[in-house]
Design a protein. Sequence first.
Length: 340
Amino acid sequence: MEITTLGIDLAKSVFQLHGVDADGVVFLQKKLRRGAVLVFLGKLEPCLIGMEACPTSHYWAREIAALGHEVRLIPPAYVKPYVKRQKNDAADAEAICEAVTRPNMRFVPAKTEEQQSVLVLHRSRDLLMRQRTMILNAIRAQLVEFGIVAAQGPARIVALVRRLREPDDLTLPAIARCALLALGVQLEHLAEEIRSIERQLLVWHRQNAASQRLETIPGVGIITATALAASVPDPAVFKSGRQFAAWLGLVPRQNSSGGKDRLGRVSKMGNGYLRRLLVVGATSVTRRAETTHTRTGAWVRSLLERKPTRLVTVAIANKTARTAWALLAKGETYRAEPVI
């Protein structure tokens, strides 16, 4: 008898393993410390190993696959129905072992180190952008307390910070001026760090063919193209562009029964960062619709005549997601069709 299927419940320190043989008979229930996992798996004959998809699972998938095992990552939501009664590490490992053998189960492709590194750049940039926004809002709010109202836009706040360095330009107490100048220094530092990350993304974009193809889609720039290329290691995981758009949460939520289709609001499931980038890009497409002489531009203009702008924006984001999947799956470049 030997293990044919193994479920691993990942953790920070102690991992739970659940293994069965070809007949489904439980053959192994074991706890292992983090450092002993690869040593133990290296002694096993190659088998099917399932794990829940999480931030650390891609590392473990690469390391375990290097030992000769077949590794499959499962979305946690798809494992939950297989957990019997009480939830604990042993029950989770058993549920993973059961779910990984289901013929209709959906799996998450493991990312490479390069793809994970690009996504680290994106997450770092997003964090720095949020901190930049916080400082901008703080400076604006504190200037209002002294009767100085800044116009909207980050550039106006930066201009006011420069004026703070001239003692006779703005009437402010010395203590308040000192505090605001400290915030101004942080603002400049954040701006430089953000530019540095964007330069690194540009370098990777010029080396990645998939990212360059995605950039040809209207409303998709370097930031969105690199994020999509790094987040979708294998587009074949999705059967269609609609399934890819559903993964991003850009399709209506369904509550259908009895042959009646009931569609609600956009589900907003899946990757929120990619969805936000696509919606922002779709906003620019909406603004340029009047000057775009293509079939897409005509379609957007017809929608704007009948529907609210924000609804049209999400519809464009949905269409962009489907187009992105098609380019990734077929290896082609976007070709705009002129209005006939």
